[in-house]
Write a protein that binds this ligand. Structure first.
Ligand code: UDP
Length: 245
């Protein structure tokens, strides 16, 4: 196995990768786009950039299409996955307009070529946008089927040299059991990647998790609906669960 790279992340976090899943774009338990939620997300991102943080965000698409849901229904998995990637573009465009309406500058960059609606993802160009204070909205996942946007988030965070990956969810962080099913579940505020493995906790898919662990990328799992949740997580204040090497 290759040697682990040296820790190279800086604190306070300067460049943030925020992963927002499709759930963050829809009303709880519903599908489709909820404009109010998009606007609340935009407000939170404005707070973040107002502090001088550089923000890239990887957008999910599960509120519109999740590839696996079509398995066995007559649509090939790869086709359904491309549909899922297109769904992330719809969410990303909505977020971009909400941010621009607040006077912020954004660039939507896609891993799937859709020249008429957004730029292709090019690493050096994305970094330049971040340095200029633009919010970089990364859509289309990794551009390949059989991956998730969590994996895209971990991969882009490493590639763009982000200091932390903030994973916004609909629960407060990581628990020892599923809090939605088990009211006795215990909240875990801080973990190492090894503890997550030892305790078989579900944080994100294995590929995404391994990318974070192997590249010493700290991960914060937090509730998108918590007050100033993104800002607090980005400041390194106690919010959600911090996972590190
Ligand atoms: N997807 C894919 N490759 C990627 C990223 C996403 O094929 O690199 C597809 C996959 O079908 C996935 C869907 O896009 O189910 C939406 O992404 P995801 O489920 O990760 O969204 P989230 O759960 O974050 O809303």
């Amino acid at each position: 196995m290759a040697d682990k790279p040296q820790a190279r992340r800086s604190f306070p976090y300067r460049r943030i990768l925020l992963k927002v899943s499709g759930e963050g774009f829809a009303r709880p338990g519903e599908t489709g786009l909820d404009v109010e939620r998009v606007q609340r997300l935009a407000d939170q991102l404005r707070e973040l950039t107002a502090e001088g943080k550089q923000a890239a965000t990887v957008i999910g698409g599960g509120n519109i299409v999740r590839g696996a849901q079509f398995e066995g229904l007559g649509i090939a998995r790869a086709t359904a996955d491309y549909m899922g990637m297109l769904a992330t573009i719809i969410n990303g465009l909505a977020l971009s307009d909400a941010l621009e309406a607040r006077g912020m500058h954004t660039r939507v960059m896609s891993a799937v070529d859709v020249h008429k609606v957004c730029e292709p993802f090019i690493r050096r160009r994305a970094i330049r946008h971040l340095e200029k204070g633009r919010v970089v909205i990364l859509v289309g996942g990794l551009g390949s089927p059989y991956f998730t946007t969590d994996t895209a988030a971990a991969q882009r965070a490493v590639e763009l040299d982000c200091d932390v990956l903030l994973k916004a969810t609909t629960v407060d962080g990581v628990y020892d059991r599923d809090p939605r099913r088990d009211p006795g579940a215990r909240f875990l505020p801080e973990l190492t990647f090894d503890q997550v493995l030892e305790q078989r906790l579900r944080v994100m898919d294995q590929t995404a998790f391994t990318l974070c662990r192997e590249n010493h990328l700290p991960l914060v799992v937090f509730n998108l609906d918590s007050d100033h949740g993104i800002l607090k997580a980005a400041r390194g204040e106690r919010n959600g669960t911090l996972i590190h090497n």
